[in-house]
Structures are given as structure tokens and as C-alpha cells.
Write a protein that binds this ligand. Structure first.
Ligand code: C2E
Ligand code: MG
Ligand code: MG
Ligand code: MG
Length: 283
């Protein structure tokens, strides 16, 4: 950049930009070392069936406790990990760790793992999934891969081929944050998603009687039903939101109402509690 670019504005904007770039540089420096320093961990959030309210799966959500920066929000470090492609090795660790943890759960419980475009477009991605399953001995049908619509904007053919390979292994694919991106119905026809996750913004809107949100959830549920795809309502926090998404026909529910993302030990505890409850009922 030339010194006088932007004229007088140069002096007003530069310090802020510089501070931002510097913060990012430091964050990146720490992120490069995060795995080897054991600073990454996964939390697990329950997803329940709308009918029975039983847990059917957990979504693995990445957490970073940095020695230098403390607990860093995924909203901050995931985009940085994507830009620097650090998400490729980090994502490989996530896959393995999530599959390993799921082996401690009852065998009907699935684990869902988020995957970024950078990971999916990496030529090694399918073999990363194969080896995570092989090393942990998790049956492929217990692993669900969550992708967002944005992956189809970049290299739709490669993304689709890789997802088909992974489905060939027996894994399922969920379409995350549905409705927030460049929603196109074309790829719903081309790829057999098992689940569409309706973004929290529509859940909130519907509970506030927002007509557009209600119409969108209705349309997504109708379309999913006719394609044989299940729907998950994301970010359900209140009794009211729960009632609305149930009445609109969403099949599964995820959100703080049923459980926040929790440590692996707390997730395991949920099964201990439900076993105790069943034992209590039987007695
Ligand atoms: P996501 O996949 O859509 O995950 C759901 C996010 O919503 C999580 O945020 C979760 O904590 C939050 N959430 C769940 N229920 C509620 C609720 O009732 N209310 C509210 N307000 N929020 C709720 P989190 O953990 O901060 O993750 C943010 C995003 O970061 C994820 O969105 C996902 O896109 C990305 N991410 C997280 N872990 C990974 C990972 O291992 N790999 C990749 N590539 N991306 C990840
Ligand atoms: Mg997700
Ligand atoms: Mg989501
Ligand atoms: Mg979302």
C-alpha cells in the first residue's frame, strides 16, 4: 500500500487495522501450536428425537483453551484455522477424537462432526475418515458429517464426489445451518443427505410468529419429508421454541433447552442417568 493511499483517512484507519492484523498474527502463532500443546478439546451437545425426547446423537464442537489467549470462541478461531488451512490437521484430530469418544456411548448413539470446505476439498479427506474409523473401530453408520451449503460454491463436483465416497463407507451427511447460505435445491436432488439442520435464526423467528420464518420451516420440512430426509431444529432454547418446531414437524431437536455442549464426562453421565431411570422404572 502506498503511503498516501486513502489520503487523510490513512491516519485514522491504520492503527485499528494494524492492531487487528497484529492480534490475528498472534492468534495464528498460538493456533499453530495448539494441537501439540493439547489445548484443543471437544464438547458434545445432545440431539434428541422430537417424539420421544431421547438422545439420538451428539454433535462434537471444538473448544480451544489457549495458554496465551484463554478460551477462544470458535467463531474466532475456526475462520482463522480455515484461512490458514490449519483446519486440515485440526479437523483430522477432531474426527479421530470424536470417533474415539463415541465408542464409549451406547451403540445406537451417533456422533456428528463438522467439516469445513477446506477439509472436504483436501484430496486426503476421505482417507482421513477411513483411518479415523479404522483406528477407533467405530462403525461407519455411527458417524455423521456436517457440511454447510457454502462447500458447493467453491468446487461443487469435488465436494460431491468426496461426500459420495464417505457415504459409500456408510457414514451419513447432514446439511448444517440450512437457509442461511446460498440455498439451492439442486444439490438436495444430487446428494442424499440424511438430515437438514434448520438454522437457529428461523427457530427464533418462528417462535416470535415471524411469517417468513414460519413459511421457511414449513417449506423445508415439507421438502425434506418428501425427499425422505430428516430435519433437526437447531438452537432450541425455550419451551415455546420447542413447541413451535415440534408442531411444524421437525424430527429432531438440538439446543440449550435439552443440553449445552458439555464435557465428554458429562455426556457419559447422561447415559448413566437414563440407565438409572430405566432401572428405577423396572423396579
Ligand atoms: P454449528 O455446527 O452450527 O454448531 C452449533 C452452534 O450453535 C454451536 O456453537 C453451539 O454451541 C451453538 N448452540 C447450540 N444450541 C444453542 C442454543 O440453544 N442457543 C444458542 N445461542 N446457541 C446454540 P459453537 O460451539 O460456538 O460453534 C460454532 C460453529 O463453529 C459451529 O456451528 C461450526 O460451524 C463451527 N465448528 C465447531 N466445531 C467445529 C469443528 O470441529 N470443525 C469445524 N470445521 N467447524 C466447527
Ligand atoms: Mg454443526
Ligand atoms: Mg449448525
Ligand atoms: Mg447454526
Amino acid at each position: 500500500r502506498s503511503k498516501d493511499a486513502g489520503g487523510g483517512k490513512h491516519f485514522t484507519y491504520e492503527p485499528a487495522l494494524h492492531a487487528h492484523a497484529e492480534e490475528r498474527r498472534q492468534l495464528e502463532f498460538s493456533l499453530r501450536r495448539a494441537l501439540e500443546r493439547n489445548e484443543m478439546l471437544l464438547h458434545y451437545q445432545p440431539v434428541v428425537s422430537a417424539d420421544s425426547e431421547n438422545v439420538v446423537s451428539f454433535e462434537a464442537l471444538l473448544r480451544w483453551n489457549s495458554a496465551e489467549h484463554g478460551s477462544v470462541s470458535p467463531a474466532k478461531f475456526i475462520p482463522l484455522a480455515e484461512d490458514t488451512r490449519l483446519i486440515v490437521p485440526i479437523g483430522e484430530w477432531v474426527l479421530r477424537e470424536a470417533c474415539r469418544e463415541a465408542m464409549n456411548w451406547p451403540s445406537h448413539i451417533k456422533v456428528a462432526v463438522n467439516v469445513s470446505g477446506e477439509q472436504l476439498l483436501d484430496p486426503q479427506f476421505a482417507s482421513t475418515v477411513v483411518s479415523a474409523l479404522a483406528v477407533t473401530a467405530l462403525p461407519a453408520h455411527r458417524l455423521e458429517i456436517e457440511v454447510t451449503e457454502s462447500i458447493f460454491l467453491r468446487d461443487a463436483t469435488t465436494a460431491r464426489n468426496t461426500l459420495e465416497q464417505i457415504m459409500g463407507l456408510g457414514c451419513s451427511i447432514a446439511l448444517d445451518d440450512f437457509g442461511t447460505g446460498y440455498s439451492s435445491l439442486g444439490y438436495l436432488r444430487k446428494l442424499r443427505f440424511s438430515t437438514i439442520k434448520v438454522d437457529r435464526s428461523f427457530v427464533q423467528g418462528a417462535a416470535q410468529n415471524n411469517p417468513e420464518s414460519l413459511a421457511i420451516i414449513r417449506a423445508v420440512v415439507a421438502m425434506a419429508d418428501s425427499l425422505g430426509v430428516t430435519t433437526t431444529a437447531e438452537g432450541v432454547e425455550t419451551e415455546k421454541e420447542l413447541g413451535v418446531v415440534k408442531s411444524l414437524g421437525c424430527n429432531k431437536i438440538q439446543g440449550f433447552y435439552f443440553g449445552r455442549p458439555m464435557s465428554p464426562a458429562d455426556a457419559l453421565q447422561l447415559f448413566a442417568v437414563s440407565r438409572a431411570e430405566r432401572a428405577g422404572q423396572a423396579a
